[in-house]
Design a protein around this ligand. Sequence first.
Ligand code: 5AD
Ligand code: FES
Length: 356
Amino acid sequence: MAKTIQDLIIGLKAGELPTVEDLSQLLAVRGNDSRLLLQAADSVRSAVMGNAVHIRGIIEFSNICRNDCLYCGIRRSNKAVSRYRIPDEEILETAAHAKEWGCGTVVLQSGEDPYYVAERISKLVRAIHAMDLAITLSLGVRPRAELRAFREAGADRYLLRFETSNRAHFARLHPDAPIEDRIRCLSDLRELGFQVGSGFMIGLPDATLEDVARDLLFTRQLQLDMIGCGPFLAHPDTPLRNSGQLPEKSVYYHVIALLRLLNPHAHIPATTAFDALDKESGRNRVLEGGANVFMPNLTPGKYRKQYLLYPNKPCVDEEGGACMLCIRGRLHSLGREIATGRGDAWRLTNAERSNA
Ligand code: 5AD
Ligand code: FES
């Protein structure tokens, strides 16, 4: 007899490994089954990760990129973007604000910009480390020696999405480098002692629900500390400008719920792109369906409109202080509090429990 949705959810909660078919079925649920799935994710998030939301302030410090990924608004072929690098002093000022505003972590993100050689990044990392903030880097694929230098300078975490586990799709979307480079980089990061984050874009062109299910299983296999996934949104200045969205919006939210059920201890952000999918409510809905992290944009206002990886990005007319106030309001309305402390990987903060 076919398993009911309730059976599948009970199985996931018990730690059973689902099949691609099981996950495809769960991704497509509607009505009351959809509510059951989101509630199950919310209850696992609450039981395992607690009620507090970790705030990681993101600084998008350069939009210069040597790559030409087909989906990305700051791909090197997009001549409509005016390119910037935020001066080091301004990056550090912004990090100091992050600390004042109550962020436990600063995330430094950029395109793959060759100007930022290892020593330049390491200098920034050392200065931010001295402010007693956790540091996450999101700089794309880097050689192992550079990653080691970042770690020695005090970087704690690294984010690098694999984007899709379908090798043929990956190759079509990324003309510059094969998926093996990313997988190699993720394993280097783990070996070097980073807390590692990865994830995929939901609803890439040609992706079926089975592809999404395989992405979910691949994510679980990577045993990640942090998992960032968000909807693919077609950017008008890219070759994928006419690519459609998934037929059902609810699928995007089901992905996050399933990530939580499959990875109970991972830090999972309500990524910014959800607010582009559902204006002002997307990230809140994700926080109610499995997520426990929020990443406010702290990039100084004058640069924000030039860091549009996808269209309808929220907060581009705001400054960091406004986003921080906004978050307090959002969390209050959801009955969640702001976490204190750095929000390190569960396996580090719960070492005794996980060894028991
Ligand atoms: N839509 C949604 N997400 C995108 N990203 C890049 N381009 C887009 C887009 N058009 C995501 C990628 C990348 C992250 C920084 O932003 O997943 O890893
Ligand atoms: Fe930026 Fe709401 S999070 S204005």
